[in-house]
Design a protein around this ligand. Structure first.
Ligand SMILES: *[C@@H]1O[C@H](CO)[C@@H](O)[C@H](O)[C@H]1NC(C)=O
Ligand SMILES: *[C@@H]1O[C@H](CO)[C@@H](O)[C@H](O)[C@H]1NC(C)=O
Ligand SMILES: *[C@@H]1O[C@H](CO)[C@@H](O)[C@H](O)[C@H]1NC(C)=O
Ligand SMILES: *[C@@H]1O[C@H](CO)[C@@H](O)[C@H](O)[C@H]1NC(C)=O
Ligand SMILES: *[C@@H]1O[C@H](CO)[C@@H](O)[C@H](O)[C@H]1NC(C)=O
Ligand SMILES: *[C@@H]1O[C@H](CO)[C@@H](O)[C@H](O)[C@H]1NC(C)=O
Length: 493
C-alpha cells in the first residue's frame, strides 16, 4: 500500500469537539481557562439541482446537491455572501469546524452558505448507486464541482436583494484549493477567496515530495527528539519482531490489536496505520482538545511523546512505549477495547477521495528515513497507476491540475489569501510567498492544519489571531471595492 492511499483520510478531517468529549480531564492540565470550541451552529438545509455533466450538450440529466443556509445576520440589500465550498465529506462537519466564518458573519451582515461537494455526504448524482459502478464516478472532478458552485451562486443572486452581493469563498484544505481555483477561474462570479491550508502546489515537479514527511518529523522532533528517533527505530523493531510467528503474536497481544497479524501484508497495514497516526497528529496538533478523527488532547504530539525518555531501547521495550503514545490517539477515552488498524472515518467519502487522488489530485508524498522518521518510501506514479487502473479503470494524470489552474504562473491572481500553519505538513505544498499584490500569503508559525478557519479560542496563538485580522481586513476591502464597482456601473445609468 502506498503512502498516498492512507493519506487520503487526512487531508481534511479535523473535527470540532463535542462538548461532552471535551470535558475529559487531562492529567495535570494547567490550561483551565481554555474555552472549548464546541458551539453548535444552526442553519437550514436546502437542495439545488445541477447538471450531472456541465460539459455535455447532449446529456441533460440532473441531480441535487445540498447546501446549508443561515440568514440571521444577512443585511437588507446586497448582503455579502460568505460561501464555504464543500470538502470531501458531509458538509455539516465543515460547517461545525469553520467557526471563523460564523464569528465574522455578524460584523459584515453576511449571508452564510455551506455548499456540499458533489459525490460527498448526500449530494450523490446516482443516489445509492453512485459508488456501485466506476462508470458513475466519471463526473467527480474539480471542474464539475466548481460549476455546481457557480450555478448555485448565480441562483442565489436571482433574489433581488442579492443581485449585487459580493461573494467571498472560503475553504480549508481541499476546499481551500477549490476556493483559490474558483477565484482564479471565476473572478466575475466570486470577489475574493480565503484559502486556508490549501496545498495548491503539492504536485509533480512543483514541490519536493519529501517535504511533507519532514514537516511531520520536525513537529515530533521539536517536541521531543527522543520521540522522533524512537519512531524511526520502531519500523525495524516491528519488522524484526514480526518476522517470527511468536513475535507477531506478541505484538497482537501487547498492543491489544483486534485481529492477529498473519502475514507481511498485515504488518504493512499496521505500519501504514501508524504513519497515518503521526500525520494526523501533526495536522491536528491544536492548542485545545478536539473530537475527531479521534478525541485528542490539546497539543496531542506532546502527549504522544511524553512517554519517550530514553534513547536506543531494545525492540520490545520500544514498542511497549510506542503503544503508550499510540493510546493518545487510539484510546484517549479508555473506551476502546482493541485497536482496529482497518477502521476508516465514516463521515468522509473514502471512495470518492480515493478516486480523486487516482485522477486529478495526484499529490506526491515520499520519505527517505534519514531526514524524516518514516520508513523510506519513494514516489512511484507507476505503482499508483496500477492501483488506480485495477480499482477504478482510470489512469492518473499528475499534470492536469497545473494545466487547469496553474502552478507557476500566477501573475494574474487577485484577491486571494493563502494561509498556512508551518506545523501543518500540507504547508509543504502551500503558497508561502505573495503571488501578487492582492494574492497574498499569510504564514502562521505555530499553527497546524486550518487552525485559522476554526472559531476563535482563548488558546489560539498570536499568529492565528493576526491571520484572522488580515482575512477580515481584506474581506472588507474586497467588499468595498465591489460595492464601488457596482455603484459606478449601475447608478450612473
Ligand atoms: C502532575 O504534576 C505533579 C507536580 O508537578 C507531578 O508530581 C505528577 O507526577 C504529575 N502527574 C502526572 C500524571 O503527570
Ligand atoms: C444562525 O446561526 C445562529 C448561531 O448559531 C443561530 O442563533 C440562528 O438561529 C441561526 N439562524 C438560522 C436561520 O438557522
Ligand atoms: C436504493 O434506493 C432505492 C430508491 O430510493 C431503494 O428502493 C433501494 O432500496 C435502495 N437500495 C439500497 C441497497 O439501499
Ligand atoms: C517531473 O518529475 C518526474 C519525477 O517525479 C521526472 O521523471 C520528470 O522528468 C519531471 N519532468 C520535468 C519536466 O521536470
Ligand atoms: C532481530 O532480532 C534478533 C533477536 O530476536 C537479533 O538477533 C537480530 O540481530 C535482530 N535483527 C536486527 C536487524 O535488528
Ligand atoms: C484502553 O484503555 C482501557 C482502560 O485503560 C483498557 O482496558 C483497554 O485495554 C485499552 N484499549 C487498548 C486498545 O489498549
Amino acid at each position: 500500500m502506498n503512502i498516498l492511499k492512507f493519506l487520503i483520510f487526512n487531508l481534511l478531517i479535523i473535527f470540532q469537539c463535542a462538548i461532552e468529549a471535551c470535558s475529559i480531564e487531562l492529567e495535570n492540565n494547567t490550561d483551565e481557562e481554555i474555552v472549548i470550541d464546541g458551539l453548535k451552529y444552526n442553519y437550514v438545509i436546502r437542495k439545488f439541482k445541477v447538471p450531472i455533466n456541465h460539459f455535455s450538450f447532449v446529456d441533460d440529466r440532473k441531480f441535487e446537491i445540498r447546501y446549508l443556509v443561515n440568514n440571521t445576520w444577512q443585511k437588507e440589500i446586497n448582503a455579502p455572501i460568505f460561501f464555504h465550498l464543500g470538502n470531501e465529506g458531509k458538509i455539516e462537519i465543515f460547517a461545525k469546524i469553520s467557526g471563523f466564518l460564523w464569528d465574522i458573519a455578524p460584523i459584515f451582515g453576511a449571508l452564510i452558505i455551506f455548499a456540499e461537494h458533489r459525490y460527498y455526504g448526500e449530494s450523490l448524482p446516482f443516489g445509492n448507486k453512485t459508488f456501485s459502478s466506476v462508470k458513475n464516478l466519471e463526473y467527480l472532478n474539480t471542474q464539475q464541482a466548481l460549476l455546481d458552485y457557480v450555478n448555485l451562486i448565480e441562483f442565489l443572486r436571482t433574489d433581488n436583494k442579492l443581485k449585487h452581493s459580493p461573494v467571498i469563498v472560503f475553504g480549508g484544505s481541499y476546499a481551500g484549493q477549490l476556493a483559490a481555483w474558483m477565484r482564479l477561474k471565476y473572478p466575475h462570479i466570486v470577489q475574493g477567496a480565503i484559502a486556508a491550508s490549501a496545498p495548491i502546489l503539492q504536485f509533480s515537479n512543483i514541490t519536493d515530495c519529501h517535504l511533507f514527511t519532514r514537516i511531520v518529523t520536525s513537529d515530533f522532533r521539536n517536541t521531543n527528539p527522543i520521540c522522533s528517533k524512537a519512531i524511526r527505530q520502531s519500523w525495524d523493531a516491528i519488522t524484526n519482531l514480526t518476522s517470527t510467528a511468536s513475535g507477531k503474536r506478541w505484538l497482537f497481544i501487547m498492543w491489544n490489536l483486534c485481529k492477529p497479524l498473519r502475514s507481511k501484508s498485515d504488518v504493512q497495514k499496521l505500519k501504514d496505520w501508524l504513519s497515518n497516526i503521526y500525520i494526523t497528529l501533526a495536522m491536528a496538533n491544536y492548542p485545545y482538545p478536539i473530537d475527531f478523527p479521534a478525541p485528542l488532547p490539546a497539543f496531542s504530539i506532546k502527549h504522544f511523546c511524553k512517554h519517550f525518555t530514553k534513547n536506543d531501547l531494545p525492540h520490545e521495550k520500544l514498542l511497549m512505549i510506542l503503544k503508550k503514545g499510540i493510546d493518545v490517539y487510539a484510546n484517549f477515552t479508555g473506551q476502546n477495547p482493541c485497536i482496529d488498524i482497518e477502521s476508516g472515518i465514516p463521515e468522509l467519502g473514502t471512495i470518492g477521495w480515493d478516486y480523486q487522488t487516482c485522477t486529478e489530485l495526484v499529490m506526491p508524498i515520499c520519505s527517505d528515513g534519514i531526514n524524516d522518521m518514516f520508513e523510506p518510501q519513494s514516489w512511484n506514479l507507476k505503482e499508483i497507476a496500477e492501483y488506480c487502473k485495477k480499482n477504478y479503470k482510470v489512469v492518473p494524470n499528475d499534470q492536469i491540475i497545473c494545466k487547469q489552474y496553474g502552478c507557476t504562473d500566477f501573475e494574474t491572481a487577485t484577491n486571494i489569501v493563502f494561509s498556512n500553519g508551518l506545523m501543518d505538513p500540507w504547508s509543504a505544498g502551500g503558497v508561502l510567498k505573495d503571488l501578487t499584490r492582492s494574492a497574498i500569503a499569510v504564514v502562521i508559525p505555530n499553527a497546524a492544519h486550518g487552525l485559522d478557519l476554526r472559531g476563535a479560542n482563548s488558546a489560539d496563538p498570536h499568529g492565528v489571531i493576526r491571520a484572522r485580522d488580515i482575512h477580515r481586513n481584506l474581506i472588507k476591502k474586497w467588499i468595498n471595492d465591489y460595492d464601488e464597482l457596482v455603484n459606478q456601473k449601475y447608478e450612473s445609468n
